[in-house]
Design a protein. Structure first.
Length: 212
């Protein structure tokens, strides 16, 4: 293959893999929540937004919730949600008087998926991202999966097993009728040890050693 052809293929691959910026406007409360999650997990804000939105757009629970606002039809896997053009558009609606813009990036595939959601909601992709982010972070299953994966990436199997035992003990016949999540447990540990999250593994190990 000629060198020029190889170069052109590489250029096309680079362009197809390049992420697209999107800047949703969200409530200040939601922004603070994202930034707290960023601090707790030591993960860039833009990556947290991207991850939650990508997980959310593949979550039936999230799509079910958003479907109440669909003005056009939307297909999710084997389900088609019928839109109603008589519904009020959410484009200019905000959940708070205090709103700020954040920035994230999506792959072309994820961007196209959000664009389809935006079409069903009859809003811009930026607005659809804001709505999707809010719906996703309120889904405790998604948030728990995000934090659990973060812990798994930083801890060995034995430490994760110990954490599971702690969580199991806390939730077994809990007298307060509360279900403690991975996110809650992780937040509690960091609050108690009052250490930097720059080394999550050491923070968790120190906490487990202290409570043995």
């Amino acid at each position: 293959m000629a060198r020029e052809e190889v170069t052109e293929i590489k250029k096309r691959k680079t362009r197809s893999d390049k992420k697209r910026d999107i800047k949703p406007t969200i409530s200040l409360d939601l922004k603070n929540c994202i930034y707290q999650l960023s601090y707790i997990t030591n993960t860039p804000v833009k990556d947290i937004i991207e991850t939650l939105c990508v997980k959310g757009i593949h979550s039936r629970k999230v799509i079910e919730y958003l479907s109440q606002y669909f003005r056009r039809s939307y297909e999710f896997k084997s389900t088609v949600y019928m839109g109603d053009p008589e519904k009020e558009s959410l484009q200019r609606k905000y959940s708070s008087n205090k709103n700020e813009r954040v920035t994230t990036r999506f792959t072309n595939d994820s961007y196209e998926a959000i664009a389809q959601l935006a079409n069903a909601l009859d809003v811009t992709p930026s607005k659809a991202t804001a709505l999707l982010l809010d719906a996703s972070i309120r889904n405790t299953n998604l948030l728990d999966a995000f934090v659990k994966k973060h812990l798994h990436d930083h801890l060995d199997n034995n430490r994760m097993k110990e954490l599971r035992q702690v969580l199991k003990y806390i939730n077994h016949k809990n007298p307060y009728d509360e279900e403690i999540s991975w996110f809650t447990l992780f937040s509690f540990i960091l609050e108690e040890v009052k250490e930097s999250t720059s080394n999550v593994k050491n923070v968790i190990i120190n906490w487990l050693d202290k409570h043995r």
